[in-house]
Write a protein that binds this ligand. Sequence first.
Ligand SMILES: [Ca+2]
Length: 293
Amino acid sequence: MRNVILGTDWWTDCDDAVAVRLLANLHRAGHLRLLGVAVSGCMEDSVRSLDAFLRDCGVEVPIGIDLEATDFGGRPPYQKRLAALPSRFGGNADAENPVGLYRRLLAASCGPVELIEIGYPQILAALLDSPADAYSPLDGESLVRAKVSRLWIMAGKWDEPDGGRENNFARNRRASAAAAHLCDRWPTPVTFLGWEVGSTVISGAKLPDCDLLRQVLIDHGSAAGRSSWDPMLILLAAAGDPEKAGYRCVYGTASVDPESGRNYFRQASDGSHCYVVKLRPDAWYAAEIDRRL
Ligand SMILES: [Ca+2]
């Protein structure tokens, strides 16, 4: 079975919750094995709310969080209500260090692991720079090279040749610097799903009133559904094959300006990076998500 680790900002947008529900359902169905979740945004209720939501989805996995990630701005709107539900965690301090979580799970995995990132990139960038530790004698870059087969990441805006700008890479200076480092140094193939892919695909509007995910969407102000950036990445990763998931790939090398967060792409047929382009109408992708929630 394919092993995956999820990275999520679990921050101001509710498409992370739609994505977590999808991934939890795929995990419970035995389609893939979710090893753990790393949280790249940190507010008071982050870990309790994520764990409570995962438990409601029928999944209990290790959680790590970047406790310093309090500087992304905005007001996370749906976590407080979730944090009042039962959780294994008393608070954020009970969760693992996120780089330690990745190192522990990667070192312990017998087979290759695929990483799915729907949040800010500073944890993965820090993983690359991590030294050998009790979990592995390998430094971070070597450990990723040895154990990770691919990174699937919702990030960037790839339809602007002069440099697109997207939240996960450009929210603040820290995110942009980490994105630049990630694009420069990440040693495995990377598949990007950009802002332009998910913004017009609206999912999550057909949930029953009793569904906790529906409450999340309402608390976000998206009772009529939300753009599908993060859930589209989950289905792309789950398919494993972009063509089967309704996309074509553009291959080459991605880069990010560490100051502005703008992303650029140099096309090359042998590049280890690719971004996906939709081949089907928006309603098809939305239906694929909604029927799996
Ligand atoms: Ca996200």
